[in-house]
Design a protein around this ligand. Sequence first.
Ligand code: PRT
Ligand code: ZN
Length: 226
Amino acid sequence: NTPVRDRLRIAIQKSGRLAEPARALLASCGLSWRESRDRLFCYGESLPIDLLLVRDDDIPGLIADGVCDLGIVGRNVLEEQGSERASLDRAPAFREYRALGFGGCRLDIAVPDGWDWQGPQQLDGKRIATSYPALLSRWLKAQNVDAQVVLLSGSVEIAPRLGQAEAICDLVSSGATLSANQLKPVTTLLQSEAVLAGPADALDATRGELADLLQRRLDGALRIRH
Ligand code: PRT
Ligand code: ZN
């Protein structure tokens, strides 16, 4: 049961790759905020639209729980948590509203430089290190490949050198991290970028109107950029 609120609350990353571009995009939509001292909550001044500054991984759950109405998060995070929910037979609670044109990257399988890549079947019986176990498991199942998923929360790219896994499944943008670790990308599971996310179900009237207003302004702001 969500308490009734007549202000819209948007979750964005507190610090990290998407933090500044997300704020800049919202500011270009005419939003401005009075910053609180703890810098976790920013009270909207020009419109009743507040910000909550959080870890990106918390954003889908905050939307699912109705703590926030919208979020700006990588599609990779949204899809991972969405497919985790699906694998647990939980109903969809959040969805992508629109792509935002920044934070672009891919979720790739990468293997040691020396491998002569023949296709997904080559991963049969191998260990694959990742921070995206739900997306990787779903892909392996679809490919009918029997591999072991090794869950790591960070530094996935050094797992093959440490002998923890033979291959990895990780985000790639320039590819420099892979080549520095003698790895090469061989296939893409997901094309990602920052997205506006919201609840699977409609918002109530007041917040729905604010969300529509924001979306119209985003349309305008993104059209000018491209
Ligand atoms: O603290 P918090 O949990 O909020 O942040 P975080 O550390 O989990 O996330 P952060 O700030 O690193 O990334 C936020 C989002 O940015 C990700 O969820 C992606 O949607 C997006 N993004 C875009 C990326 C990259 N590009 C990217 N390159 N996220 C991570 N990387 C990593 C990549 O995994 C590799 O290890 O950056 C490294 C360098 O990449 P290369 O290919 O350029 O060398
Ligand atoms: Zn994170």
